[in-house]
Design a protein around this ligand. Structure first.
Ligand code: ZN
Length: 126
């Protein structure tokens, strides 16, 4: 038998949207990150304990998958721009890949932590 939840239902879609943009999934006002990727222990606006939701390696795996899919058109475009210059192609692909990864990692981590929050997947200290 499933035990009833003792908390009000959390809007998963809204939480993930807020988290993607680095906002607290609970109130949408406070910031989720301190610095680039460090999640704040609790929201400065509503006091929600965001530090309890540990994303671990999840955002990195999702980011790698998305970047690898995005690389297909990027390689094709690079190939058409630099057809006779493999060094420039490689250097530009390295730069584009790095930029895409760094931008996506923060967005994905925000969404991931917000998803964990929406589903109450706290760190159980395993
Ligand atoms: Zn908040």
């Amino acid at each position: 038998m499933v035990t009833p939840m003792t908390h009000p239902e959390r809007d998963q879609q809204q939480a993930v949207l807020r988290g993607t943009f680095g906002k607290c999934p609970n109130c949408g006002e406070g910031r989720m990150f301190r610095g680039y990727l460090q999640v704040v222990p609790e929201c400065a606006s509503c006091g929600e304990k965001l530090g309890l939701y540990r994303a671990a390696d999840g955002p990195a795996f999702f980011t790698m998958t998305i970047v690898l899919l995005l690389l297909i058109p990027v390689i094709w475009i690079g190939w058409t721009i630099f057809p006779d210059d493999p060094l420039m192609l490689m250097l530009s692909l390295c730069a584009v890949t790095t930029i895409i990864t760094l931008v996506l990692l923060r967005l994905v981590k925000g969404a991931f932590v917000a998803f964990l929050w929406a589903n109450e997947e706290r760190d159980r200290g395993a």
